[in-house]
Design a protein around this ligand. Structure first.
Ligand code: ATP
Ligand code: MG
Length: 353
């Protein structure tokens, strides 16, 4: 009997409605090829749902998601909806309530894609950003005092817990053992001396348990410059929620386009489903034109299948993506003129070849 995976599919808004269906059909094609079953169920949640119903997902949305093996997600956000809301009421909620504490964001240069960094080759850019996904700067705990007076003042609290650092640190060192055996901890602990000073202390304690993995610390200002000047020094980067958010857009940019980045919001214990989504947003400026780059969304499907244990199928998707880019099939963001559906078609015909 072949295995069956139940996948919740949430297109979200904007280009999600174009690139998620492209990803789903590729998932179904590799499933056929590698002999496993995929059952999908669609949920029309997101900012469009909020405009109609006053909520991003129904009250029992999290409970509903718990019944699935994984969540395949596009992006939420519409220009007419306050953009602090989707983060709070959808993305952060799913990531925390389903204990998806690792945000796994690979950065790699596909052959055939021109990085904006000059003279970079494929081998120079290949690393993984692990962003702490449940706490840190994103806990949204703070206050504005006397906002409309001359004494106005505001405070945001960033929260770092021992449990939170230990669990992502162990994930990072274990992952590094399967790759280049190198972990770089990126913080700004010389300035945020309490929260990130504690982060560094716990990270070092875990690093001491993995003497076979090379460990170093780097401040985010230096790391940003190094992304541009010498990306080859990185293997596994482990970092906080906000620093990881910013660095992964930079990672997308050095790969050639934000539209290329895939990611997983991972619950390593697998007690709840993990969620897989591209690193970019809903891109309302280009929605509905069949010009969005579907590769980040399709790569996210590969990350999902690898997490579910279907490594051969995942590798086949990545190979198919690289086949498309090598052949010069590129969307507008990569200075090509292929459409979303042409790229998806090229990827699926490689899988079926
Ligand atoms: P979020 O807050 O959800 O991260 P954002 O405000 O950062 O969203 P995006 O939606 O990621 O914004 O879009 C940023 C820019 O990148 C836009 O100009 C958009 O058109 C472009 N972009 C994003 N994704 C893609 C894609 N898949 N293909 C082509 N261009 C894209
Ligand atoms: Mg963004």
């Amino acid at each position: 009997m072949s295995k069956t995976y139940k996948i919740a599919v949430v297109n979200g808004d904007g280009i999600g409605n174009e690139i998620v269906p492209a990803g789903v059909s590729i998932i179904k094609e590799v499933a056929k090829k590698y002999n496993f079953e995929v059952e999908t169920e669609d949920f029309s949640w997101g900012a469009g749902h909020y405009v109609k119903h006053g909520e991003f997902m129904p009250e029992n949305g999290i409970e509903t998601l718990k019944k699935f093996d994984a969540i395949y997600f596009g992006a939420v956000g519409l220009p007419e909806v306050d953009d602090t809301l989707p983060a709070r009421d959808y993305t952060f909620k799913v990531r925390t309530e389903l204990h998806q504490y690792v945000n796994y964001r690979p950065v790699k240069l596909f052959s055939g894609v021109q990085s904006p960094l000059r003279d970079k080759t494929k081998a120079d850019i290949d690393f993984i950003i692990l962003r702490e996904n449940n706490e840190g700067e994103f806990v949204q705990n703070g206050k504005i005092f006397y906002p409309d007076t001359p004494n106005g003042c505001a405070v945001d609290t960033s929260m770092v817990t021992r449990l939170g650092v230990e669990r992502i640190a162990h994930y990072a060192f274990k992952l590094a053992r399967t790759r280049g055996k190198k972990v770089t901890n990126v913080t700004k602990s010389n300035t945020l001396i309490y929260s990130l000073g504690f982060w560094d202390k716990v990270m070092q304690e875990v690093a001491d348990q993995y003497p076979d993995v090379e460990y170093s610390k780097m401040y985010v200002d230096n790391a940003s410059a190094s992304f541009v000047l010498k990306p080859e020094v990185f293997d596994v980067i482990v970092t906080t929620n906000m620093i990881g958010d910013i660095l992964s857009d930079l990672g997308g940019a050095i790969m050639g386009s934000l539209g290329l980045g895939g990611s997983g919001n991972i619950n390593p214990e697998k007690d709840f489903p993990s969620m897989f989504e591209p690193i970019h947003g809903s891109a309302p400026d280009i929605a509905g034109q069949n010009i969005a780059n579907p590769i980040g969304q399709i790569w996210s499907a590969a990350i999902m299948l690898e997490h579910l244990g279907e490594k051969a199928a995942a590798d086949n998707i990545v190979e198919a993506i690289e086949h498309a880019t090598t052949g010069g099939d590129l969307t507008k963001d990569l200075k090509g003129n292929a459409s979303t559906s042409e790229i998806a078609e090229r990827i699926s015909s490689f899988i079926n070849s």
